[in-house]
Ligand binder design. Structure first.
Ligand SMILES: CC(C)(COP(=O)(O)OP(=O)(O)OC[C@H]1O[C@@H](n2cnc3c(N)ncnc32)[C@H](O)[C@@H]1OP(=O)(O)O)[C@@H](O)C(=O)NCCC(=O)NCCS
Length: 337
């Protein structure tokens, strides 16, 4: 008979207590990126809906943007950093293999909480939200800070026609904590590793460094993307995932108030809304027009803007869905804080 190990449980339910964002101060219009990729403002707007993007300046590091977004989220949650007992950072652009940026962020916020990074590209924030809700309910943590942050300009080839105009920088954060009623629905998540190469870092670091016999390129391994294939996958497969997340949360389309999809491309957002047959009363996040695609930061940034603009109100029911490299995806219904 094995020795019995004590089991704990946490809060009956979890909910989002506060959301915050940090947008880099530099707003880059299409006119500033078109020359390097032989494109035009008209082409970019028509194909992606992007008019401008936020690109970070030298001082706007992954850590700095994360801390700024987190401070806003904490204030809105009515908490200070010392009350956070887990920090989850979703990012692909913290350019140190180790340690995780999460520990430095936790320290700056005044907590010695468990802190770690997760790598699920554009879907990372919704993965983090699922984990946070489970941690709170299981008793592993009482208050979890989930951050989605990117400084993609560091890994962007500004002469690559397929990516240079799409990607952007920024940070969004959410505090997840205990609740008497359900505020975060069951996650629907998954991956399609057969399409591993569709969005990826171009080369392995070892190929960049090389060997004495075979010197490497010595050039930053940029992001590459087979845009057309990603577009087809996202437009069709992801609508089904959104519908499943609504079904698993027991929410009908009539009960849905807000749709916050990953801000990948305006045409993908429109295609998903059509496929899911979203009724006209559902307000849809369209942050991409001004912000560009900021990968793991895109969903919390878009949600924060909708709250700021009064399009998402406290108590509203919102569907979050994020998808990207891996390929990977995650979706859940939340109550807007
Ligand atoms: C990147 C994207 C906008 C490109 O649009 P597209 O319609 O697939 O473009 P294609 O690559 O098929 O190219 C179509 C034409 O535009 C041209 N083109 C490609 N990039 C261009 C650019 N930046 N500017 C101007 N023309 C461009 C191509 O040369 C091609 O010309 P041709 O018809 O004369 O051969 C689109 O594929 C996309 O948004 N995909 C999803 C990306 C995404 O959401 N990624 C994030 C997921 S996390």
């Amino acid at each position: 008979m094995p020795t019995s190990i004590a089991s704990i449980s946490g809060a009956p339910h979890a909910r989002v207590l506060g959301v915050g964002a940090y947008r880099p101060t530099r707003l880059v219009p299409n006119s500033d990126v078109v020359d390097a990729i032989d494109s035009s403002d008209e082409w970019i707007q028509q194909r992606s809906g992007i008019k401008s993007r936020r690109w970070a300046g030298p001082e706007e590091s992954v850590q700095m943007m994360s801390v700024a977004a987190s401070r806003v989220a904490l204030e809105r949650a009515g908490l200070d950093g010392s009350q956070i007992d887990c920090v989850v950072v979703a990012t692909v652009s913290h350019l140190l293999q180790t340690p995780a940026v999460a520990t430095a962020i936790a320290h700056e916020l005044g907590t010695d909480a468990a802190a770690f990074d997760i790598s699920a590209a554009c879907s990372g924030f919704c993965h983090g939200m699922a984990m946070a809700a489970d941690f709170v309910r299981a008793g592993s943590a009482r208050h979890v800070l989930v951050i989605g942050v990117e400084r993609l300009t560091d890994i962007l080839d500004l002469t690559d026609r397929g990516t240079a105009f799409i990607f952007a920088d920024g940070a969004g954060a959410a505090v997840v904590g205990p609740s008497d009623t359900p505020g975060i629905g069951p996650v629907v998540w998954g991956s399609d590793g057969e399409q591993f190469d569709l969005i990826r870092q171009r080369e392995d670091w070892r190929d960049v460094v090389g060997t004495p016999e075979a010197p490497g390129s010595g050039v930053m391994p940029h992001l590459t993307m087979q845009g057309n294939s990603v577009f087809r996958w996202a437009s069709f497969a992801m609508a089904k995932i959104g519908t499943q997340a609504l079904d698993r949360a027991g929410i009908t389309l009539d009960e849905l108030d807000v749709f916050v999809p990953h801000q990948a491309n305006m045409r993908i957002i429109d295609a998903m809304a059509r496929s899911m047959k979203l009724p006209p009363h559902v307000r849809i996040a369209r942050d991409i027009a001004e912000q560009g695609n900021s990968s793991a930061a895109s969903v919390p940034l878009a949600l924060d803007r909708m709250i700021a603009d009064g399009e998402a109100r406290s108590g509203d029911t919102a569907l979050l869905i994020a998808f990207g490299a891996g390929l990977s995806y995650a979706a859940q219904v939340i109550t807007v804080p």
